[in-house]
Each structure stands twice: as C-alpha cells, then as structure tokens.
Design a protein around this ligand. Structure first.
Ligand SMILES: Nc1ncnc2c1ncn2[C@@H]1O[C@H](COP(=O)(O)OP(=O)(O)O)[C@@H](O)[C@H]1O
Ligand SMILES: [Mg+2]
Length: 145
C-alpha cells in the first residue's frame, strides 16, 4: 500500500463563476510547495481545473478530493447535478452543451473531459442522470502517462 502524504477536499458551487478555479489553484500551490515534478503538477492542475469548471458550469454542487501518496496523485470530483446522459458523446473532443454565455467567458470548447482523460494514468467517469457525476483520475508520480 502506498503511504498517504497529504489529502484535501474542497467544495465547489454550481454557477459560482466568481470562485471558479479556486480548488485547482489551491492544489497547484500545494504541489509546488512539495516540489513535485512540474509535468505532474501541470497534468494534475489541468484535470482538477477542467473537472472543477464542469461542476461550476453544469452541476449544482460538488466536492474535489485530492490525495497525494508517495506513488501517485488521486483526484476525484463528485457532484450532485443533472448527470451526463451519453458518456461516449461527452468524451468526444469538441462536444459541448455549453451556453453562448459560457462560450463568451472562454469555456465550452468540449475539450475538458478529453483532456482529463489524456492527462490521467487512470481515468473513470460515472454518471447517473438526475443524480450526478463522479470523475476519478490517478496520476503516477514517475514517468509519462
Ligand atoms: N459534471 C457534469 N455534469 C453534467 N454534465 C457534464 C458534466 N461534465 C461534463 N458534462 C457534459 O459533458 C459535456 C462535455 O464536457 P467537456 O468535455 O468538459 O466540455 P465543455 O465543458 O467544454 O462543454 C459538457 O458540455 C456537458 O454537457
Ligand atoms: Mg468542461
């Protein structure tokens, strides 16, 4: 069993664009203080940010749980919200249900879930329509994805 070194969890509020990105910024500074490999930090922050934004844009409320061990980083984002009816579609590059307003803010290119998957060594997304979504990622501390 890997040794757990640090864990944190953050609450994310749906539609709160004001505070959007705070959890991933916090995770970034924690990892920087710990002198983790910059490539690993970059991948973790992309995953956390994209998942956090998805909760802000599409869900009601969510929790980001971040766990660092001596082997890897785990990021889990669980929300209460509408869920994703077609996961295969949602994972396609460029597919998005973002509103015009969200696009004007610079979001909604349909690259969030594909980028989360690409940057993860292990990835899963589970969703129940009308209940919510859970995105789980693992990033290994050594080596490329
Ligand atoms: N947490 C979520 N809850 C409900 N729907 C989601 C969630 N995350 C993603 N989706 C759906 O999957 C689509 C694709 O997500 P993503 O790849 O991040 O692209 P984007 O956020 O740019 O639309 C979204 O447009 C949305 O319809
Ligand atoms: Mg997104």
């Amino acid at each position: 069993m890997p040794d757990e070194l640090l864990s944190r969890s953050f609450t994310i509020h749906g539609r709160d664009f004001e505070r959007a990105g705070e959890a991933s910024t916090e995770i970034k500074s924690l990892l920087k203080e710990l002198e983790i490999d910059p490539a690993v930090i970059r991948r973790t922050v992309v995953i956390a940010f994209e998942a956090e934004m998805n909760v802000v844009m599409y869900a009601d409320e969510g929790t980001v749980t971040f766990v660092l061990t001596d082997e890897d980083i785990g990021v889990e984002i669980a929300d209460r919200g509408p869920g994703i009816p077609d996961l295969d579609l949602a994972l396609q590059e460029g597919w998005s249900t973002a509103t015009d307003e969200m696009r004007e803010m610079g979001f909604g290119f349909g690259m969030g879930l594909p980028n989360i998957r690409r940057n993860s060594d292990e990835f899963s997304v589970k969703s129940r329509v009308g209940e919510g979504t859970v995105v789980s990622s693992r990033i290994s501390l050594d080596g490329a994805p």
